[in-house]
Design a protein around this ligand. Sequence first.
Ligand code: ATP
Ligand code: MG
Length: 268
Amino acid sequence: MNFTKKLCISPGSKVRLADWDANDTADLKKDDAQELLGRNITRMAELEYRLYAEGQRSLLIVLQGMDAAGKDGTIRHVMTGLNPQSCRVTALKVPSAEERGRDFLWRIHKAVPARGEIGLFNRSHYEDVLVVRVHNLVPKSVWSARYEQINQFEGFLNATGTRVLKFFLHISKDEQRRRLLSRVDDPAKNWKITPADAAERRCWKEYQRAYEDALGACSTKTAPWFVIPANKKWFRNLAVSQIIVEALEEMDPRLPKPPPDLAQIVIK
Ligand code: ATP
Ligand code: MG
């Protein structure tokens, strides 16, 4: 579908998130989008099966976004048809003491999907140029070197068989307010809200700036960033699923050939 290309950040471009409409729906209607999502989920499962059978390459999907941008919801709605045997989700939380004692990509590399798998990161190594930058957790000289280190790392992954797709779920500040308020009010959701969410919201501008720099510096031909308009959840789900399907189609995984002596195998 042609709307997906418009969501991709061109390598080396200067990103201004204010220019990206979080309400955009590419002129699609909700009902149509839901039907298309259903088809994408089926197609993704077929392609995943072939990727697994081929066992040569893998796909890594990175999900980033402000609090309440919909990372969990995207995983629930878009990944729902995948086979748990060949798919794994990793949530990258505050690093443990063991992780802090090593380079920032150590825990990331360990979580990269194996050949044949689809891996999904709920937050990622980008936190090391986002939260870490916004809160001055390391000196500027350290975080500013990381963009290039990330590009090298993702280039290496691509060269060794792991395709990387990165999604920034873009919501507006008003939409975040609505969602955080509904978390406070809804007994089924209020376990999700923490005082940290309110504190992080106060740093909205700093986060947007940090995202702009990360998206601009680290969108490459082989590991592109997509800005997903995410105020409308149904469009967010369609856009993410569509980009994943297109990437898998392009990878075109092939079922291995049957054994040459297939005719001799006699099952009694
Ligand atoms: P939810 O949206 O459901 O709240 P979450 O992804 O925010 O899920 P939390 O456990 O609330 O999950 O938060 C994880 C926290 O870990 C985030 O605030 C994130 O910024 C932080 N984090 C992740 N990676 C790093 C890192 N490398 N250094 C410091 N903090 C990190
Ligand atoms: Mg949180």
